[in-house]
Design a protein around this ligand. Sequence first.
Ligand SMILES: [Ca+2]
Length: 192
Amino acid sequence: MKKTTILTALFFFTLSAIAQQASIAGTVLRPDGTAAPGALVQLLDAQGQLIATTTVNAAGAYQFTGIPTGQEYTLVPEVPGLPLYEVSTLDIVVGAQHILNLNQLDTPLKLVAGDVNESGSLTTFDLINMRQLVLGAISNFPRDWLFLRTDIQFYNDQEPWLGFSGSSNTLLLEGDVAGFDFFAIKMGDLSW
Ligand SMILES: [Ca+2]
C-alpha cells in the first residue's frame, strides 16, 4: 500500500514536471510562402519583458522550447532593416493601376502593403512615398514590415482597414503550441 502511494506520488510529480514547460512553434513567411530574410521572433512575458529571441530557419520556421506554462506570452516577429526589399518602380505601377481601377490588387494583404503611410487607404500619396523610397529621397516608410497572424479575416477585403478578426499575438501557454504562424508583409511590395 505504501509502495503504491509513493509510486502514485512519483507518477503525478513526473506529470506535473512535464506540464510545467512547453514549446511554441510556427512560421514567419511572406504571403507567397517565400522567406522573409533575417526574420526573427521575440518572446515577451505578460509584463512585456523580453524572454528570448530566435531566428527563423530557411523554411521560415521558428520554435521556443522550455517555456514555463500557466502564463501569458506575446510573440513579436521582426525583420531587421531592408526597407527597399522587393520594392521597385514595378510596385508603383501596380499601385497606380489599382488606384485607376485598371487592375485591382488581388488580395487585401496587398492593399495593406500599399498603404505605406498608414493613412487607412491606398492613394497616390502612398505611391509618392514609394517613389521617394525607390529614389532614395526617404530611407524608410513609417514601418517597413507588418506582421499578421495567418488566420486573419478582414471584414471587407476591399477595405481591409475597416477591421479584421483572427488570432492574437498573445496566448496563455497551457501546453505545446504549434502553428503559431505569421505573415510577413513588406510594406510597398505589391507584386508578389
Ligand atoms: Ca495611404
